[in-house]
Ligand binder design. Sequence first.
Ligand code: SAH
Length: 442
Amino acid sequence: MSWSCAHISCIRFSCEGVLLKANVMKRALSLLPHLPRMRLYCSGFRSFSSNLATSICKQIKYSGPISVAQYMKEVLTTPHAGYYVHKDMLGRQGDFITSPELNQMFGELIAIWFINEWSALGSPKSFRFVELGPGRGSLADDILKQFKHFEKIFKDVDMSFHFVEISRRLSNIQYETLCDENLMDYLDEDNLEYYLQGSAKRNNVPLHWHRHIENVPRDKFTFYLAHEFFDALPVHKFVKSSKGWRELYVDVTPESNDELSLVQLQEETVASKTLIRNHETRSHVEVCPEGRTIISSIAKQIEKNGGAGLIIDYGHTGEKEDTLRSFKDHKLNDIFDNIGDADLTADVDFRFLLDNIESIDIQKSGPITQKEFLTNMGIELRLMILLQHCKDSAEKKKLTDSYKIMMDEKEMGERFKVLALSSKTRQTDSPITGFFSLTQNS
Ligand code: SAH
């Protein structure tokens, strides 16, 4: 973004309660990158409490407002203080619950999906399994458990698991879930390829933890899994004005010294010029450039070396507008409140992801709803079998309750969507597993 034509509109004269001298202030103002903006959306009429909030505020006062994407990035992933970096947010004690934390069925069916696709893709003798954002490691654990059940078919197969995880805290928990705890050995964080390695306690599969997807070697057949990962990536927010698309930024509210609000910039930004698709009909749009980079990287790798992937997240196909929200203790939270201590998330625009891999020559299926996908994968039968083997009535209730949460249209069933990618080397004419009804032709 070019800051040179910046117009200074409203500058606060005090920083951390210290009033700057007028001449110092004048010089500081001439250096400040500032964009004309219109205060449009206001939120967060609360005082900052955390160091992270104070540092974001300070940064804005010194350098001008920041994009919503920058704000999300800082809140979620700033080293040591970011929400994902320092907190264990998953489960009933945390801020939100995910399907793999609810029950084992989800991970079991996902494992069956990968085994089916592995077979349809010619049962390659060597592959990598990459999970993006593994949370507490429960999904990977359920998958490894299933792979162990199928160890006869994987007998001579060389496989390794790779986790893309930004949080050291969560990678600790993942390690404890998946490995023999005593052997944990962190490598230097700047290590080029991975920062932690281990061996799965279930079946000795080698495990590696990477900070970015680009750090995972890209030389062989690869499976990808991203469950509730893309929704954690930063989005830019735009609104349609009489002058065209304008970006929303985060600024310090002028009347206060320590409150944040959303403002609409009056000029275009590079993002507003380049990220809105032609013929966009909505009046408020969220765009996730990091999501575009990651999906392209996955699709290109599948095209080049073979593989398949499942992206599962709550999302839409390009019709939703303002979805950015925050959660704390399972309740909605103001996006400017409890900074670094509450989740920030935006629905995944699957249309945008697909548009960006249109030219990559791989098979794409979906998105379909989680309810359809799990039904096609046989969840009802699996639930029945588990209930038959379960003697404890409290356990039975837990199973049926969690099944309802995953499948109910008002809960996860409709809001979560599933997108599958697969290389074109499939050795069968049938559609990708889970994307057709098992009962359709009977
Ligand atoms: N898939 C898990 C957890 C979802 S929470 C489940 O379904 O239970 C999001 C996960 O993505 C966390 O593990 C978080 O630390 C990780 N994460 C968020 N942003 C990330 C980023 N930019 N790079 C790598 N990992 C990230």
